[in-house]
Ligand binder design. Structure first.
Ligand code: GTP
Length: 292
């Protein structure tokens, strides 16, 4: 069964809150906020709302200001907002759309219309979330995919160069993975990939960016991490996989590491050095780390 989506209703009038809640609470989860400040706080809290019904005229901070703040915050920018308001002039409605609302409902409202519009925008949000998931994440392991990693890596290179901070790239490849498929079958191979991915994620810090770049290959970016620390972290990954024994199969990985240099113009050269180092690690016997 589909998980119920969450709607945050924001209004300083308890009567309006009650009517709107009764309109939609049968089909959706509902939370309420009675001020703009409360709305901003609740919008960042997990689980985040899938949709916000926002009153315009409220004391202290009006709905337009709340909407602008939500849209300028990367954590809340993608939450759709419907204004529900007594202001019915065309300029008011235009202003609502111009600052990023997806819809505008004027009071007194029809419950049927509110329900229909809420359902429409929740459906769009659900589809948008699914598309984002497919665009950014690897289906088998749940890690980021190569496409997302490449986009993010370019930004990280720019940030590291501007701040003169360090950035490391690790290319990781499971050793002799073809034998796992050949000996145990593709389905077990998939389970091994999932367990390796999970371990790499658990062993890394939340700041590290981990992606499955294809097949049995992974890429990790270490941000603001100096040489000795980066090497220690890589050794930790190597050891964790060696002792994992997924499905009672002895698995090891090889790692190629490279550090961003002042001469690097973008991410490609850095990635190529990590790839060359990985090739050396394979050539020199596997289950080992080589640094470019
Ligand atoms: N089960 C499974 N296997 C995959 C997947 N993607 C790629 N592979 C397999 O991964 C294997 C990679 O084999 P190779 O490139 O020869 O490398 P290897 O056997 O790991 O050998 P080295 O890298 O040299 O240590 C191939 O058998 C691919 O079919 C996947 O999503 N699931």
């Amino acid at each position: 069964m589909l998980k119920k989506q969450l709607v945050l209703i924001v209004d300083d009038s308890p009567t309006t809150l009650n009517i709107l809640t009764s309109c939609i609470e049968k089909s959706h989860k509902v939370k309420v906020a009675t001020s703009g400040v409360e709305c901003l706080e609740m919008s960042e809290q997990l689980p985040q709302p899938d949709l916000i019904l926002l009153d315009v005229t409220m004391p202290n901070m009006d709905g337009y200001e709340v909407c602008e703040l939500l849209k300028s915050n990367p954590l809340t920018a993608s939450i759709p907002i419907i204004f529900v308001t007594g202001l019915e002039a065309e300029e008011d409605e235009e202003r609502g759309f111009l600052i990023g609302a997806v819809d505008y409902i004027t009071k007194p409202f029809s419950q049927v219309i509110v329900r229909a519009r809420v359902n429409t925008h929740l459906t769009i949000k659900l589809q948008q979330d699914k598309l984002n998931k497919m665009a950014f994440y690897d289906q088998l392991t749940g890690l980021y995919n190569r496409h997302h990693l490449m986009d993010t890596a370019v930004q990280k290179v720019t940030t590291a160069k501007n701040n003169a901070s360090s950035l490391w790239v690790l290319m990781i490849d499971i050793d002799h993975f073809k034998m796992v498929n050949d000996n145990y079958g593709h389905a077990i191979g998939d389970q091994v990939l999932q367990k390796v991915a999970n371990t790499l994620q658990l062993e890394s810090s939340t700041m590290d960016l981990i992606a499955r770049s294809g097949g049995e290959e992974f890429i990790i970016l270490f941000d603001s991490c100096e040489g000795e620390e980066a090497v220690n972290k890589s050794v930790g990954l190597l050891d964790a996989i060696e002792s994992l024994n997924p499905n009672d199969i002895n698995i090891t990985i090889s790692i190629g590491m490279a550090k961003l240099e002042a001469t690097d113009k973008g991410f490609d050269g850095l990635l190529k050095r990590a790839d060359d180092a990985l090739y050396e690690a394979k050539k020199n016997g596997r289950n080992r780390i080589e640094i470019a």
